[in-house]
Each structure stands twice: as structure tokens, then as C-alpha cells.
Design a protein around this ligand. Structure first.
Ligand code: NAP
Length: 435
């Protein structure tokens, strides 16, 4: 019998568990351990609440979770409740699928002012992550600045702009929905330090900005390269740029009918955030591209008055004591997923935060092939029996998948009309529902 512990129950974790089942059949026992009492990581806390069709992939993970040889072990913090060394003594392979839930630092003066948030915090707030339930972002101002030209920047701009009705079928948590409803936002500026041809936004997500009830995107034609140059782009990016061209062609008369403007400010890098005890303005430097298409400052700066800044500039994996870490890239130091004997990483914890949810599937299968090569038939370790004994000694109550199903049932029962669920945002409420 082989015993595998997977740390993290998001897409990387469950695709890896699925791969282990396929690879080893009945000759494996997999424990999927999560620090929260609820599964699915990024699917629950990262994917936008109005993108329910993307969240539906959790049904596939549920199929894996419900099988005999895979077990969900929620409410256990690896690195605090149990160490990596202890896990390595119990399991033939320990696979870190912890994702990249921490924000990268903007690293400019003033980025610690109240009113500046990373996207993990801001997205976590409207998605009901227990760590960010009390964020209380200042939404009374008219102008919000978003930094970054990726899909998360689009998610944040869209959620800030949608009406209560537009968010009707979403599972945005009520505390966020209520606050967003009273927001005074009139302008959302999306800063990109490079140009339209360097965006990391995908066409579907960009296109959604063109169909909002009370908001309209704005792109300055002057920022767009000659149309002929679009032919050199790969097809996905070309489509995205076509979206930007459509936004640039929206007539002023139409834009004037929308109370919120979502403005793309390209070649614009933040250099400082200023304000008296809170965000009042962001100082931006005009940039240009060097020969390697990196941004470089031109020395020309300007200020944008704003009351909130959300930095959507990518994420990093939290480090765990005793696990080699690559600081520059914000992920575990690894060679094709191998960290140390018996210790592996997969998904964003291995590659850094890029790619779609589906990218984690081949990743999971690849890591299980490496595990199969390394552990043969297993070394006679005790696996979950040893884990349960140790956690019981330490008084840690684990949350099983059947407990999660009770939490889920309670969340569905308390949903707003039209919404799929009302998430619990406090760990104690999750545990109460499980019991
Ligand atoms: P991302 O795609 O890596 O985009 C990060 C953006 O931040 C880039 O435009 C980057 O510009 C910019 N940036 C980085 N550091 C900066 C700095 N110091 N100052 C100014 N700008 C800076 O990251 P993401 O948007 O967080 O998305 C993470 C992953 O999740 C991506 O793979 C994304 O596609 C995926 N995702 C998908 C969906 C969806 O499919 N619906 C939704 C959300 C997220 P440079 O290019 O110049 O570095």
C-alpha cells in the first residue's frame, strides 16, 4: 500500500489525487489536507463569484473526494498543527499543492497605506475567505485604481462595476454585496506598465467589460499600435487586442450614459502612493518599452486622485518551515516538482501563478508519475492511521468530506434568492455547521 498526503484541496490538489487514483488504483490511500474546513481553494476563494460555470469544476473534484481511497482532512494547518518532517515520517510522498494565496508586494513608497490592497485580500473579501472577511475596503470614494493587466484586474474591475441585479446568480458574500451597493465608484482606472500588445488578459474576460449595465470601458486610441501589427500576435492575444480596439471605438455619447467609466491607462507604472493616513492619490510614471519589451520609465509622472488601490500583480506561495523556497519567484524550489526525497510540489506552488485551472491537470498527472517512479510499492508507512493518532493527541478536530457536505448544505439553505449559496466566512461557523 502507498500512502500519499496532498497539502491543499484546490485544483492542483484534486487533480493530483485523481491522478494518484488512476495510477495506483486500490493500492493507494490519499489524504488531501487543507488548513480550512472547506475544500476547493482557488475555486471557492479565487474564481470570481459571477463565474459560476468555472466553479462547476468542483463537481469533478467531488467525484474524486467521494471515492474510497481519497479522504479530505480539513482544518489542519501544515507547518503549525503538524510539521513537514512528521508528515514525511507517515506518508511515502507528501505533495505540496498549496497554490499561491499570498499577494506579491507592490514595493513602492506608500503601498502600506490603509486603502491599498493586494488582489488576494480584495478578492478574498468578496469571495468570503475567512482571512479577509473584515477587510472593509473604503468604497465611499469616486475613483479606484487597479494595478496590473491580467485577468484578476478584470475580475476586480467587473465586480466593482456590476449592479446587485447583475450579481444576482453569483455567490458573492452578502457583506461584500451590501457594501458594493452603497459604493460611490464613478471611475475605475486599470494601470498597465506596458502596452496593449503586452496584456495578460483573455478575450472572454475582456469582452465582459463591454456588456455591463452601468459601466463602460475606455481605451485611448493613441495607445493602440498600428492594426497591422496585431497579425504578429498569437491568436488569443490578437482577440484580446481586438476587444481593446472595440472599446476605443465606443462613442462618447454612449459612454456618457454609463455612470461608471473603466479606463485603461497603458504605459503607466505606479511609483508611489500618497495620502494623509490613507490613500489619496497614486503617482504614476509614463513608461515606454525597451528592445526586449520590458517597461522603462520616461521620467514623466502624474498623479491620479483615488481612495483605493487594488494591486492585481500576481501571487506567491507561502513558505513552510524546512521547505526550500525560491524567493524571487515566490514558489517552492523544485526540479520538475521534486523538492526533497519524498517531498514534491504541484500547480502554482511548483510553477508560480500562471495558466488556467485546467493547466493543473497535466501538472498533477506529471507529479504522480514522478512519485510512482520514486516510491515503488511504498515503504510500509502508516499513513492516515498515524496522522489521526497525532492530531487526536494534539486536540485538533479534523473536518471530513461528509462534514463539508453538511456545511455546504447549510450554505445552500441560507442562500439569497437566486444565489447558489451564502458562504460562511468564519471558521467557527463552518465548524458549527459541520457538527
Ligand atoms: P498575471 O496574469 O500574471 O498578470 C499580472 C499583471 O500585473 C501583468 O500585467 C504584470 O505586468 C503586472 N505587474 C506585475 N508586477 C507589477 C508591478 N510591480 N507594477 C505594475 N504592474 C505589475 O496575474 P493575475 O491577473 O493575478 O492572474 C493569475 C493567473 O490566474 C493568470 O494565469 C490568469 O490568467 C489566471 N486567471 C484566470 C481567470 C479566468 O480565466 N477567468 C481569472 C483570473 C485569473 P507585466 O506583464 O509587465 O509583468
Amino acid at each position: 500500500m502507498r500512502h500519499i498526503a496532498i497539502i491543499g484541496s484546490g485544483p492542483a490538489g484534486y487533480y493530483t489525487a485523481e491522478a494518484a487514483q488512476k495510477q495506483f488504483g486500490d493500492d493507494v490511500r490519499v489524504d488531501v489536507i487543507d488548513r480550512l474546513p472547506v475544500p476547493y481553494g482557488l475555486i471557492r476563494f479565487g474564481v470570481a463569484p459571477d463565474h459560476q460555470s468555472i466553479k462547476a469544476v468542483s463537481r469533478r473534484y467531488e467525484g474524486v473526494a467521494l471515492s474510497e481511497n481519497v479522504r479530505f482532512v480539513g482544518n489542519v494547518m501544515v507547518g503549525e498543527d503538524i510539521s513537514i518532517d512528521e508528515l514525511l515520517g507517515m506518508y511515502d510522498a507528501v505533495i505540496l499543492a498549496t497554490g499561491a494565496p499570498n499577494d506579491r508586494d507592490l514595493g513602492i513608497p506608500g503601498s502600506d497605506l490603509p486603502g491599498v490592497f493586494g488582489s488576494a485580500a480584495f478578492v478574498g473579501w468578496y469571495n468570503g475567505h475567512p482571512d479577509f472577511a473584515d477587510l472593509e475596503p473604503p468604497l465611499e470614494g469616486k475613483h479606484v485604481v487597479i494595478v496590473g493587466n491580467g485577468n484578476v484586474a478584470l475580475d476586480v474591475a467587473r465586480i466593482l462595476s456590476k449592479t446587485r441585479v447583475e450579481l444576482g446568480g453569483s455567490d458573492i458574500v452578502s457583506h461584500a454585496l451590501d457594501m458594493l451597493e452603497t459604493a460611490n465608484t464613478e471611475e475605475v482606472t486599470i494601470l498597465g506598465r506596458r502596452g496593449p500588445h503586452q496584456i495578460a488578459m483573455t478575450p472572454k474576460e475582456l469582452g465582459e467589460l463591454g456588456h455591463l449595465e452601468r459601466a463602460c470601458p475606455y481605451v485611448d486610441r493613441a495607445d493602440l499600435p498600428d492594426e497591422g501589427e496585431d497579425m504578429l500576435l498569437e491568436p488569443g492575444l490578437r482577440k484580446s487586442v481586438t476587444c481593446l480596439r472595440e472599446f476605443a471605438a465606443i462613442p462618447e455619447s454612449y459612454r456618457a450614459t454609463k455612470p461608471i467609466s473603466i479606463e485603461f491607462d497603458f504605459f503607466a507604472a505606479p511609483v508611489a502612493i500618497e495620502g494623509n493616513g490613507k490613500v489619496e492619490r497614486i503617482i504614476v510614471e509614463r513608461t515606454e518599452l525597451d528592445s526586449e519589451l520590458r517597461s522603462r520609465g520616461t521620467g514623466e509622472t502624474y498623479a491620479i486622485d483615488c481612495s483605493m488601490v487594488v494591486a492585481c500583480i500576481g501571487y506567491q506561495t507561502p513558505s513552510i518551515e524546512g521547505v526550500p523556497y525560491e524567493h524571487g519567484r515566490g514558489r517552492f524550489a523544485n526540479v520538475e516538482g521534486r523538492i526533497l526525497p519524498g517531498l514534491y510540489c504541484v500547480g502554482w506552488a511548483r510553477r508560480g501563478p500562471s495558466g488556467t485551472i485546467g493547466t493543473n491537470r497535466p501538472d498533477g498527472y506529471m507529479i504522480i508519475e514522478a512519485v510512482a517512479d520514486d516510491i515503488a510499492d511504498g515503504a510500509g508507512k502508516q499513513g492516515r492511521a498515524a496522522l489521526d493518532e497525532l492530531l487526536e493527541q494534539r486536540g485538533i478536530q479534523i473536518v471530513k468530506f461528509s462534514d463539508w457536505k453538511k456545511i455546504e448544505e447549510a450554505e445552500i439553505a441560507r442562500a439569497r434568492e437566486g444565489a447558489p449559496r451564502e458562504k460562511f466566512v468564519r471558521i467557527e461557523d463552518m465548524i458549527k455547521a459541520a457538527n
